[in-house]
Design a binder for this molecule. Sequence first.
Ligand code: CA
Length: 261
Amino acid sequence: MIGYLQGVINPTLTEYFFVVVYFLTMAEKILIVEDEPSLQETLAYSLRKEGYNVETVGDGRAALDSARQLKPDLIVLDIMLPEMDGFEVARILRKEMTTAILMLTARDDEIDRVVGLEVGADDYLTKPFSMRELLARVKAQLRRTRLLREEMGNREASPGGHEILKFDNLAINLTRHEVLLNAEPLQLKPKEYELLLFFAEHKSQMLSREFILERVWGWDFIGDSRTVDVHIRWLRQKIEVDAATPLRIVTVRGGGYRFEG
Ligand code: CA
């Protein structure tokens, strides 16, 4: 026993080696797309220091190539880029993968497009921002990605290789981030999509507003649980036959919701 403990407390070089290899292979991959060398370097340095496996590129085309090859867990994406801008990069990648995208905007008038349907970034930061703020957002995104992966279930692959969740006449295409009702695509805002996906992955479970808020909006979201009610109202208008008497997302007495499928 004592020998065993000593082995644990005083690891040999071989043990150190395996621990390092373990962390290198387990580390979450982040792709940084930023053309300004000093910012690219600062971002890479800060994220590597946190233990992430970081790759950097400086233009939009290289971003597409790297994202397809690396399949990162998160992409930090600048908007103004040579070759192809961040809007276009995000629009293309959204159709190919579910990787979280954190966009870096330089102007307030870009924000509507960043969070809108066309781009649907998971989060954004407006320049200039602090590294502390960036790290908090990165952690929150990766945490949400991990939780979503853990909670995946109840899915099938379509002939095109797309992952689809089906609930009667409602289908969620996870590959394309698309929702079909009676085979017709629904126009959902990014948060409505995430909310529906969250419900789909917790079918028949009672979910409190606070739990939904934390899981779908993230722990660092500034707002209250009325945000959840508002989004559910919008979602009901799109997926229920009669939003006034919902059958899919039902209200549970005592402050929550349940997805019935
Ligand atoms: Ca730029």
